[in-house]
Design a protein around this ligand. Structure first.
Ligand code: MCN
Length: 786
């Protein structure tokens, strides 16, 4: 068949996505459905002194007005962060209480205080406006760098100075010695700008309680419905696990923001039980800006030492990470184990030490956003490398080349053990495709038109395929991370694959089917991927950390091993042959060296009618597998960006963007390239356009698309995506995840290109025309004064 591994098969699911026939959570219409509207705090920090719902309760269509005291009174637990981090003095993290409906205090604008349930959405929203909440306003703390300062407002009583934990990784003494011995030390101060996730489909939840069965059904926009069910039952006591079905149907993008359990899901489930109505809530875009977990928000000082030959001697990093008003489910893992463990990048660094302090502020909670910790690490390393090259008068590519890790497996000083790679190969391929050799001429030509041209590099590596259980369990995750699959051959010979991964734009229905099609040489149309329903798939860990390819697909592959064995045994029995001679080809099961064959429908029928099976063989044809890899997979690559800047306006145009990536075995290069394009698009957003901004009083100033700029088509060039694949030895297919790479590698390449063009390092993301223009002016003034 031509549509197996490596084929550029168009996505099966796109037909329904692009013709309006997808089924999303908000499309669910239950009988007896009511609507929820949340009463949210307009203040960033305040004591709640009273809630008067009497006017709202009398309004048309209102079914109930519920508050936090009732919620906790019914035994619903607080929202927690499940990844335990211990400070360097061995103290546990200071986790402040987070109730799904705030009771005594609100801690960010948008914090939910009460919920109105009404017959229609309009009635619910109108009544929510009529709920009178009295507040005693308190001073707010917003700024990451100064959140721990004396006199700053205190967000949680049990987190003195707003410090959540003070954590370290690496060998401080060896790092200090490496810096002291260096012949050159490059120092940098960088901010990693806070981002809002903006999936196309806003969050939504529809909860239904069946009093007869005491059973709950929750449709929700989740990236991991099984984890949602586990957390909702085990931690929040909303419903017993076996009495709760969670369905994540079509989900219109997540980018990390739909991993967590949010207050609204808890409240809808609880409210459905209280009101005996099906309760639906769908976020408005304004609510999404206020309440979807944000990403990034680091302030970092770093120093990298080099010997006289340009070899790195040590890397020392001090980061403050803002986690917002409450600790979201995986928030503690992002600036620690997802960040600091990648701080070696692609380079041999004899010593690394990283200190991370996390702080509470009166802002929206911060958690994973595409790349989660790894873009922050890559941005830091690659801006330091570029700055160092300029300071030492070296070619930035050659400085990188000099320090590349060349032998594998390679143990970094910060936990990760890289299994394979070809870092010089990525650089070579990117340089050739970007025509670096012709850059000087292009720069001169641009200068003749009064324009500035710059070229910037970034090399990246990420740990993805978030698993294996031993590693993540030992690092505080509290659970292992693996994936499950079941492969069912139906009596008519078609195949259903049940997977614990969830697809919300990544094309699993196609790429996963390709792997099974390849395995059995069947048409891809014969294979159906089933995901996103806890009643269909027994358990799964879901989709994040580019894990579905390396981990989810491997589980399917393992289940296929077992199916293949049974198929061969059945065929051998029916065709009077040896199972060793049976193979799958051209949609049939054949016997080597003969013209004997069976169709898959004949095998399926034999398995289920069961009157002519080998002795002792159980009827049926379905097999399951759990896959727990031996290591992460390590996608890596090189991005090169070329920009042209108008010095009069500060407007930056990306004239060329080249990515040479290593995703191991490519299942579907078309999907992979789409993933890279999307990731680079988000990287362009972070580098040039996007930034969440709060006023000093904690008011969100970027609460709509008028103020928060998303990348548009005319901000993006046509990307050149090259592949330099080194199959991963850590999973049976050799796959490395591709879902986050574009967002990880691209921001530093863009910023390095811009700083190359304007001749100053003093530029933070986003490089808006205004910021770039000011940097150019400041640089000219500085040079004039020198
Ligand atoms: N793939 C492949 N060959 C490879 C690697 C992957 O063909 N060598 C295919 C996979 O089979 C899958 C797709 O590429 O169809 C992405 O696989 P993978 O890199 O494993 O990532 P996941 O499927 O686990 O998706 C998660 C990843 C993350 S972490 C974010 S964030 C993100 C992303 O995917 N969010 C997305 N891409 C997104 N794309 C869309 N449209 N929407 C999101 O919310």
């Amino acid at each position: 068949m031509t549509d197996g591994i490596g084929a550029r098969v168009k996505r099966k699911e796109d037909k329904r996505y692009t013709t309006g026939s997808g089924k999303y959570t908000d499309d669910v219409r239950n009988e007896n459905q009511a609507y929820a509207a949340f009463v949210r705090s307009p203040h960033a920090h305040a004591n709640v002194t009273g809630i008067d719902a009497s006017a709202a309760e009398g309004m048309p269509g209102v079914v109930a007005v519920l508050n936090g005291a009732e919620l906790t009174g019914d035994g619903i637990g607080n929202i927690i962060c499940g990844w335990a981090i211990t400070s360097k003095d061995d103290t546990p993290m200071n986790m402040g209480a987070w109730s799904a409906l705030a009771t005594e205090k609100v801690r960010y604008v948008g914090d939910a205080v009460a919920v109105v349930i009404a017959d229609s959405m309009e009635e619910a929203r109108n009544a929510a406006e009529a709920v009178e909440v009295s507040y005693d306003e308190l001073p707010a703390v917003v700024d990451t760098a100064t959140a721990m300062d004396a006199g700053a407002a205190q967000v949680h009583e049990n987190a003195p100075n707003n410090l959540i934990f003070d954590w370290e990784l690496g060998d401080e003494a060896a790092t200090d010695a490496g810096i002291a011995a260096a012949s050159h030390v490059t120092k940098i101060d960088l901010t990693n700008n806070r981002l809002s996730p903006n999936p196309m489909e806003p969050r939504s939840a529809v909860a239904t309680f069946d009093p007869a069965e005491e059973h709950y059904t929750l449709y929700t926009t989740s990236q991991n419905p099984h984890v949602a069910r586990l957390v909702l039952s085990a931690f929040y006591q909303v419903a017993p696990e076996h009495k709760l079905r969670v369905i994540a149907p079509d989900v219109g993008g997540g980018f990390g923001s739909k991993i967590y359990i949010y207050p609204e899901e808890i409240v809808c489930l609880w409210a459905s039980m209280k009101t005996k109505r099906s309760v639906k809530w769908t976020s408005t875009r304004s609510e999404a800006f206020l309440t979807d977990a944000h990403g990034r928000d680091h302030v970092t000082h770093a120093e990298m030492g080099f010997d006289a030959d340009g070899k790195i001697t040590a890397f020392k990093i001090d980061t403050i990470a803002n986690l917002g008003a409450y600790m979201s489910l995986f928030s503690s893992a992002v600036p620690t184990y997802l960040y600091a463990t990648l701080l070696a990048g692609q380079y041999h660094m004899p010593a690394i030490h990283c200190n991370v302090k996390t702080v509470y502020t009166n802002t929206t909670p911060v958690d994973a956003y595409r790349g989660a910790g790894r873009p922050e690490a890559c941005y830091l390393i690659e801006r330091v490398m570029e700055k160092a090259a300029r300071e030492m008068g070296m070619d930035p590519a050659e400085l990188r080349r000099k320090n590349f890790i060349l032998e594998f497996p390679y143990q970094t000083p910060v936990i990760m053990n890289y299994d394979c790679g070809d870092f010089p190969g990525h650089l070579d391929k990117a340089q050739a495709a970007a025509d670096v050799a012709g850059f000087a001429a292009r720069k001169a030509e641009a200068a003749s038109r009064g324009k500035l041209r710059g070229l910037g590099y970034s090399t990246y590596i990420e740990a993805c395929g978030i698993a294996p259980s031993q590693a993540v369990g030992s690092l505080g995750a509290g659970v292992g991370l693996w994936e499950s699959a079941e492969v069912r051959v139906n009596p008519v010979g078609t195949i259903e694959v049940l997977t614990g991964s969830h697809s919300h734009g990544q094309g699993h229905e196609t790429s996963f089917a390709q792997v099974v099609a390849d395995r059995f040489d069947l048409p891809v149309e014969n294979i159906q991927i089933v995901h996103g329903d806890t009643d269909k798939v027994q358990f799964g860990m879901g989709t994040y950390g580019s894990r579905s390819g390396p981990v989810g697909l491997s589980a399917i592959f393992k289940a296929c091993d077992k199916v293949e064995l049974k198929v061969k045994q059945i065929a051998a029995h029916l065709l009077d042959a040896s199972a060793d001679d049976v193979f799958c080809e051209g949609g049939e099961v054949k016997v080597k060296g003969t013209n004997k064959s069976l169709g898959w429908h004949e095998i399926g029928l034999a398995a289920y009618t069961a009157h002519n099976l080998p002795e002792d063989m159980e009827p049926g044809l379905k097999e399951g597998a759990f896959y727990d890899p031996v290591n992460f997979s390590f996608p890596a690559g090189c991005h090169i960006c070329e920009v042209e800047i108008d010095p009069e306006t500060g407007v930056v145009e990306i004239v060329k963007f080249t990515a040479a990536d290593d995703f191991g075995t490519l299942i579907n290069p078309l999907i992979v390239e789409g993933q890279v394009h999307g990731g680079i698009g988000q990287g362009v957003g972070q580098a040039m356009l996007e930034q969440v901004i709060y006023g000093d009083d904690g008011q969100l100033l970027t609460g709509s698309y008028m103020d928060y700029t998303m990348p548009r088509a005319d901000n993006l060039p046509s990307f050149d995506v090259e592949h330099n694949s080194v199959p991963s030895p850590s999973n049976p297919l050799g796959v490395k995840g591709c879902g986050e790479a574009g967002a990880i590698g691209s921001p530093p390449a863009i910023m390095n290109a811009i700083t190359d063009a304007i001749g100053t390092e003093n530029l933070e993301m986003p490089a808006t025309p205004s910021n770039v223009w000011q940097a150019i002016q400041a640089n000219q003034i500085k040079h004039a004064a020198e």
